[in-house]
Design a protein around this ligand. Structure first.
Ligand SMILES: *[C@@H]1O[C@H](CO)[C@@H](O)[C@H](O)[C@H]1NC(C)=O
Ligand SMILES: *[C@@H]1O[C@H](CO)[C@@H](O)[C@H](O)[C@H]1NC(C)=O
Length: 360
């Protein structure tokens, strides 16, 4: 009993959590964050509200820092481009503890227009320039527009993420709520993600050695490469999508290259894909993409080569197209498809320049 009293006194005399001498710090107010990132390598972020128009800034972390979210993080309302959370550094571990959530309360911005107009909406979670890092167990709820932007990173593993934008389905208010946008990155692994959203589950615009495995995608536009073209980096080389279910979505597998643009898409492999309740296309590969409205005329500036699609099974809605391939002449080659079994919908009559061994 006496021991317990002494222990209590000892603990309460300990320095304040964010004092410079401390290496382990708890942040419960945004004001404490800058000092914590300067002084601490083990940062715990509890429940707090990030003021409107401010970023939860984790870009100045010391190498080797672990940041653990333990509570509910909310964000004030402002029409701006964000991001709401920004993470950077080397050997960084970002962890979402069980029950923690970053809640965008996106309904305050949703107006059916996404990034195409209406209210200016903040992007949510930027992971830019990370090296040799991990992001684990984070839950994003109701993102105003895109969820994770992964750009300029090398050797990043993103596991056990939940993006829950189900509320955005009401009256189709949520739009352009891509779960993972990946660009200009090397060696990114995304595993075990659970996504409910209204746009691409994955969209790789550029990069190398990207793996997306053991994921569940619902409500969106499919697991996508692209759109490719029209940016500063337009090379996609090495994307593997494995063991992933895509349900209640516009498309299953999708590769879209921009009309008139240049670049390349190569070494792409989809395998072990299950489709269910697909509304538009089971597999869609198009070289005529333009935001909002494909042109219908494929162009050859972004060739799609060395594409393997195997063990894809499932169903699409009766009004949906099972497989749609629109390639420019000579711009799709060395494709290898096997055990592709998609049923329930219509066959496309509009396929063009389909490579040998592949059927629409
Ligand atoms: C496939 O993915 C699911 C999650 O969607 C996971 O539970 C399962 O273990 C994975 N299977 C393999 C063989 O990796
Ligand atoms: C065809 O693609 C495969 C990978 O799918 C690759 O290993 C092979 O080198 C490619 N062949 C040519 C001729 O480019």
């Amino acid at each position: 009993m006496l021991g317990l009293v002494f222990l209590t006194i000892f603990v309460s005399l300990n320095p304040s959590p964010t004092s410079p001498s401390s290496s382990s710090c708890t942040v419960t107010s945004i004001e404490d964050l800058a000092e914590a990132t300067k002084n601490c390598k083990d940062i715990s972020i509890g429940s707090l509200t990030v003021p409107a128009g401010k970023t939860l800034d984790l870009t100045s972390l010391q190498a080797g820092t672990t940041v653990t979210f333990t509570g509910v993080v909310s964000f004030g309302y402002k029409e701006w481009t964000g991001p709401l959370v920004d993470v950077g550094g080397t050997n960084i571990k970002i962890v979402g503890a069980s029950g923690s959530v970053l809640d965008g309360d996106g309904a305050r911005w949703w107006d059916t227009k996404g990034g195409n107009g209406g209210k200016k909406k903040p992007k949510f979670f930027a992971a830019h320039g990370l090296k040799s890092s991990t992001i684990t167990g984070i839950t994003l709820k109701n993102t105003p527009v895109q969820a994770f932007s992964i750009s300029g990173v090398s050797d990043l593993t993103v596991s056990g993420i939940t993006v829950d934008n189900k509320d955005g389905d009401v009256d189709e208010l949520g739009h352009n709520t891509d779960a993972f946008d990946v660009g200009s990155s090397d060696n990114v692994v995304i595993t075990g993600a659970t996504v409910y959203n209204q746009d691409d589950c994955l969209a790789v615009n550029s990069g190398r050695n990207i793996r997306f495995a053991d994921c569940f995608c619902s409500g969106g536009h499919g697991v996508s490469i692209g759109s490719v073209g029209g940016r500063s980096d337009n090379e996609v080389n090495g994307v593997t999508v494995e063991n992933t279910s895509i349900v209640d979505s516009d498309n299953g597998i999708r590769i879209k290259t921009i009309s008139g643009a240049t670049g390349s898409v190569k070494n792409v492999k989809y395998s072990g894909i299950t489709l269910k309740n697909i509304k538009k296309n089971g597999i869609i590969i198009q070289q005529d993409y333009q935001n909002g409205k494909p042109t219908g005329t494929p162009t050859d500036g972004v060739p799609i080569t060395d594409l393997t699609i195997s063990d894809v099974k499932g169903t699409v809605d009766s009004s949906a197209t099972e497989i749609y391939i629109l390639c420019a002449k000579g711009a799709c080659s060395n494709w290898s498809w096997s055990r592709v079994d998609i049923s329930g919908g219509e066959s496309s009559l509009k396929c063009q320049n389909v490579p040998d061994g592949v059927a629409c």
